[in-house]
Design a protein around this ligand. Structure first.
Ligand SMILES: Cc1cc2nc3c(=O)[nH]c(=O)nc-3n(C[C@H](O)[C@H](O)[C@H](O)COP(=O)(O)O)c2cc1C
Length: 339
């Protein structure tokens, strides 16, 4: 049983206001490189009709030179509200890319200041901006001046345990013009290891006037409510908990709105969702999509007898038909058990 305090209840009854944008959900689907493409977002949207969804991060330079424009343009009808996430360390490139992103339909522009990957931090982007707050400020200012939509920042609590600067950094982003800040409660050196340190999210929330979104280890209704209670954050953003589980954002959103914990999908429901995911990847990306589908299929297929074998088989598919055959066989097998 998940209990919501009266204080949280009151907060939840209000919409989430990000500058000029009003959201009717306090649960957000995070940007996930290699995951949150149009196919995945379409499934998340099915269960979470009003939540903010994010594109995969897109390099501003790529947008300026049109190499990654395809990814950004990949926004379908019915996807709103959607935010486009950009990364780079050059304010002028970021501003130009943001203008293009707005033209493609972005409701907000999110700036990645949390990515830990060496390739990106070495070039001054992602989480390395935590070590260069003046550059981060210049980016936020340049983008905020360039576009009419709210500019938001997603970052971490610091570079490493000796350099945790989340509160000071977040204050500077707010002063530079950020209209919302999402905080992943880990340092850059933690990567994705160890528990997210929500206490820092609480400290940042207490220091800012703009909405603060909590990120890290939001994997269930229970963890979402606990995080909102402990941190006072204005919303939660789901990440790895959604891999092979595009139901999560909708489940939490539904609980926060109705107080009822939704019954979890059965293994059969998950396989039907995997089948839809495969079909969408095929539709949007062709054979490249089938190869990308392999990892998704492995995330979906668990919790029933024969799951390990099916996972192995799905990891080798080359055609949509091969995937459908495997999934349909398993769905038929589960139908007898689940009915
Ligand atoms: C596969 C993968 C891809 C990610 N891609 C992005 C990205 O493009 N932009 C971003 O801001 N964060 C990205 N992240 C970080 C997540 O959005 C999130 O901050 C992090 O996983 C912490 O949340 P969790 O503990 O619930 O997974 C990525 C994480 C993973 C595992």
């Amino acid at each position: 049983m998940v209990i919501v305090s009266p204080g949280l209840q009151a907060r939840l009854s209000q919409p989430l206001v990000i500058g000029s944008v009003t959201l009717h959900s306090r649960v957000l689907q995070s940007p996930l490189s290699g995951v949150t493409d149009r196919a995945f977002r379409q499934l998340v949207r099915r269960y979470a009709p009003t939540s903010m969804l994010y594109t995969e991060m897109v390099q501003a330079t790529g947008v300026c030179h049109a190499q990654q424009l395809e990814k950004i343009m990949d926004i379908g009808t019915g996807e709103q509200p959607i935010s486009i996430q950009l990364f780079d360390c050059r304010p002028d490139f970021m501003a130009a890319a943001a203008r293009k992103a707005v033209a493609e339909g972005a409701k907000t522009i999110d700036i990645n200041m949390g990515c830990p990957v060496n390739k990106i931090t070495k070039k001054g982007g992602g989480s390395s901006l935590l070590c260069q707050p003046e550059v981060a400020e210049a980016i936020v200012r340049a983008v905020a001046e360039a576009v009419p939509v709210p500019v938001t920042v997603k970052t971490r609590i610091g570079w490493d345990d000796d350099h945790i600067n989340a509160v000071e950094f977040a204050r500077r982003m707010e002063a530079a013009g950020a209209q919302m800040l999402t905080l992943h409660g880990r340092t850059r050196s933690q990567g994705y290891q160890g528990p997210a340190r929500w206490e820092w999210i609480g400290r940042v929330k207490a220091a800012l006037s703009i909405p603060v979104i909590a990120n890290g280890d939001i994997v269930s209704v229970e963890s979402a409510v606990r995080c909102l209670e402990e941190t006072g954050a204005d919303g939660v953003m789901c990440s790895r908990g959604t891999l092979g589980y595009p139901f999560l954002v909708g489940e939490i959103d539904s609980f926060l709105k109705t107080g009822a914990v939704p019954s979890p999908p059965t293994p059969g429901d998950r396989l039907r969702c995997a089948r839809d995911h495969l079909g969408l990847l095929w539709q949007y990306k062709g054979t490249r999509g089938i190869h990308q589908a392999r990892k998704h299929m492995a995330w979906y297929v668990k919790g029933f007898e024969g799951a390990a074998t099916l996972r192995q088989q799905l990891c080798q598919i080359d055609t949509v038909e091969a995937g459908y055959d495997l999934l349909d066989g398993a769905i038929a097998g589960l139908a007898g058990i689940e009915s």
